[in-house]
Design a protein around this ligand. Structure first.
Ligand SMILES: Cc1cc2nc3c(=O)[nH]c(=O)nc-3n(C[C@H](O)[C@H](O)[C@H](O)COP(=O)(O)OP(=O)(O)OC[C@H]3O[C@@H](n4cnc5c(N)ncnc54)[C@H](O)[C@@H]3O)c2cc1C
Length: 297
């Protein structure tokens, strides 16, 4: 068995102290840029040199155990490469796409939980003889939460449908993750404020939701990274779908994605069917608004 060894350090490796198997990206050709990165399937418990130390993170460690990982001549059998040599970057970019949609879905769930808690408490808590939900400034917060959640939901579902149907999804996944993480953070902050002093008490879940909502900005690429993907595509500096395997956006321009989506929706493909209901409603109302404007002009 041919082996190689890897030495490196990294903060942020979830479950690395517990896992039996992982994926490691290693530079196999230092002079080839991103084409010099190869992915390997690694076995932390089978070979020496893998040292993962859990990092306590405020409010997160119960739900998300992450580690600082040191590789010290960690043994990697050469034949355990994933894909071909030099394909590691392409593989990770494709893996990030579903990862981003998953994080966006998590963020949407946390946003909803915050909203539901806030609505319940606003109806329950009475001040000056009335529920605080009757105060217009509390209503303003509730309205902003509800609207942002609907927007995020439409993006998350659209990204999931695109992915389900093998359509280019990198740009929409970046948008979904960016928007849903902002929504989770905003809803968590507002929920904590609506709870007043109780919002900071560990006894109330909103205090955890707020700590948890910060994580959505970081995992699978920071908020800035999502904005770079979106803006560089818009400015034509770098096509967001350039790593898409089957059909890149050079073949399907992004304006055509809606049409492709409609075709897929009519086919009723896979799990997208259930997910599609939300975004189909959103795009239907958008389309009818476009038609009204055209008629008026
Ligand atoms: C709980 C948790 C679990 C994690 N689990 C994993 C895991 O399992 N596997 C894994 O691989 N990683 C994991 N990570 C790491 C995570 O993916 C990284 O923390 C994240 O990608 C950000 O990288 P960084 O921390 O090195 O920040 P940096 O890249 O140093 O970024 C610092 C700041 O600079 C900004 N920035 C960076 N580049 C640019 C730019 N070009 N333009 C503008 N702004 C920029 C960023 O937005 C950020 O605000 C985890 C992190 C956390 C917190």
């Amino acid at each position: 068995m041919a082996t190689s060894t890897a030495s490196a350090g990294k903060l942020g490796a979830s479950m690395a102290s517990e896992t039996d198997v992982g994926v490691l990206l290693a530079k196999t050709d230092r002079n080839a840029g991103v084409k010099g990165v190869t992915a390997f399937i690694v076995h932390p418990k089978k070979y020496p040199g893998w040292n993962a130390q859990p990092v306590p993170m405020l409010g997160l460690s119960k739900s998300m155990r992450t580690n600082v990982l040191f590789l010290d001549d960690f043994v990697v059998p050469v034949e355990d490469h994933l894909g071909e040599e030099g394909e590691g970057f392409k593989i990770v970019i494709r893996a990030l796409q579903p990862g981003r949609v998953t994080i966006a879905g998590n963020a949407l769930g946390v946003a909803r939980a915050c909203f539901e808690e806030a609505v319940r408490y606003a109806n329950e808590r009475e001040l000056c003889g009335q529920a605080i939900g009757r105060f217009q400034m509390i209503q303003s917060d509730i309205a902003e939460m509800a609207t942002a959640i609907e927007n995020s939901r439409a993006l998350v579902y659209k990204a999931a449908i695109c992915m389900d149907n093998g359509l280019p999804s990198n740009r929409i996944a970046a948008m979904a993750k960016y928007h849903a993480s902002q929504t989770a953070k905003m809803c968590a902050d507002k929920a904590v404020h609506i709870f007043g002093g109780y919002g900071l008490a560990e006894e109330y879940p909103v205090s955890y939701y707020r700590a948890y909502s910060d994580m959505f900005f970081t995992g699978e690429g920071s908020a800035n990274v999502q904005k770079i993907v979106i803006a560089e595509d818009a400015l034509d500096y770098k096509i967001a779908e350039c790593h898409h395997g089957r059909r890149g956006l050079r073949e399907i321009r992004k304006d055509d994605v809606g049409a492709e989506l409609a075709k897929a929706w009519r086919r009723g493909a896979g799990t997208a069917r259930a997910l599609a209901a939300q975004s189909a409603c959103a795009s239907a109302s958008m389309n009818s608004r476009v038609r009204i404007i055209r008629t008026a002009s």
